[in-house]
Design a protein around this ligand. Sequence first.
Ligand code: HGA
Length: 610
Amino acid sequence: MCGIVAAVAQRDVAPLLIAGLKALEYRGYDSAGLAVLEPGAIRRVRAKGKVREMEARYLAEPFPGGTGIAHTRWATHGVPNEVNAHPHVVGRVALVHNGIIENYAELRRALQARGHQFASETDTEVMTALINERIEAGLGLREAVLATVRELDGAYAIAVIDRDEPGHVVGARRGAPLLVGVGIGENFLGSDAQALVQVTNKVIYLDENDVVEITRDQVQVYTLDGAPAERATHESEVSADAVERGEYRHYMQKEIFEQPRAVADTLEARIGPHGVLPNIFGVAGDAVLAKVKGLHIIACGTSYHAGLVAKYWIEQHARLPVSVEVASEYRYREAVVPEDTLFVAISQSGETADTLAAMRESKQRGYLATLAICNVPESSVVREADLKLMTRAGPEIGVASTKAFTTQLAALGLLTLQLARQRGLDEARYLALCEQLAHLPRAIEDALALEPQIAELAARFIHRQHALFLGRGANYPVALEGALKLKEISYIHAEAYPAGELKHGPLALVDESMPVVAVAPSGPLLEKLKSNLQEVRARGGELIVFADDGATSLDGYAAKGAALSFESGGDFIAPAVFTVPLQLLAYHVAVLRGTDVDQPRNLAKSVTVE
Ligand code: HGA
């Protein structure tokens, strides 16, 4: 989602700001801009489209200046165009914003009544105008920002500069991420550590409602009431080469192929020959888990699918009731919370606005504890959870999530096993499941070897407008994830169904022009699934079947389509393994259709708005 970079330095900051925005491009956006202070003036350049288009304009007419702010926008209020792009400038003030101001309409009306004429349709310009009014009334930049953010409802991360206060940038955050990068004789603000990796690895994470003022040699944080506050400086682990694309054509392809490593890292030092190691969820984590009588898993998008797999796993092996819900629904509904229920939040970035808000809401609802499964250690979700298990996927740049999903499954596999053991799962079965989970990186590697065949298969989808995905049991969420990947990056309309549900409606859609992708691992549900596939065959649908070596005799079912089989490594880990060919399929279809694989239209990563 949109990105913020700001800098105060002795050197010219525009090139640094542009480099920072490029590092944030992975989040998805629709326009970009920057503003720099020159003596007595604000210089600004904005463009619809990519950072490089804005950069080209800047390079055509570069300007010097050591104080600046920059932004990539993912439009929420007003169409993506140059006028709505940030920074917004009103009078002396330039401002960039990530988030949504919910009371902007009434604030806008009040400003209009006082004679302000708006240039853009954004909620952001309202904030800019309010800060400018206060500065013109005599407040300093920091006081003006403090007074303004106190009036706002909604979410924001902002960076603000005042034409007449060069050498100062003021930032503030509530419900959207912002951190400080501490340099030598220069300081920065950024949406994440990635944006600043080229200038510093020393970072200060801001708390909710913090306001910060940076100058070249000072960083001072304030709480919302204006009192100075201390925040610790951390060494960020993000490295510049972790975000190189290397030999791969797209980040998504690279990240698909990083999965064996990412899953192995996630399991490392957490599972051994005798099972899951003690307290991997945090100090005294096992004691909390021993008390759990049920789980509510809350997430969005791909993470939600990981939660659905965990429901099958935990109910089967630990015999605990699990409900899984998308965060944007949960947060506004009066969910019933039985005693000793564990709240589990799953989020790649740990800044997903809906998941974070749901977790905050959960604190009022009487849960036993909160557990975060997340990829970013310093994120808000992790910092606010009681227990945590980090996935160790490394930076995920492709907007369509891949390695985050399989590492979430690895983490949820560990959770399942720990809960199951505590609830008396037979020792031999427990150890067999542990062995399967430990084998997951190898099994994913085997699945990746299917790439050449899948790339060929992808050609069948180029001119299709629709596709169906089928699975059963814990592999039904895998079908959901496969359909989501195809939708996200190839723009083909894809739906997933539990295979047994086909005859209750979607079968009406099946004819010769409908590809049907089936996830068919061996196991107790395979025979049932075969009957469902017969139903598709009988209607002339084109079946693409992914099976494992145990699921013999599926070739016939794919007479018009294709059947690919490989070694899945066992029924427990099958959902994680079968995800891989579906990721590869979506990827190759998108490449053939020529879409923007890493930054699909209309989508953003780290969804920090509601
Ligand atoms: N509401 C603002 C900022 C949107 C945003 O946070 N994008 O990620 C706008 O629409 O410009």
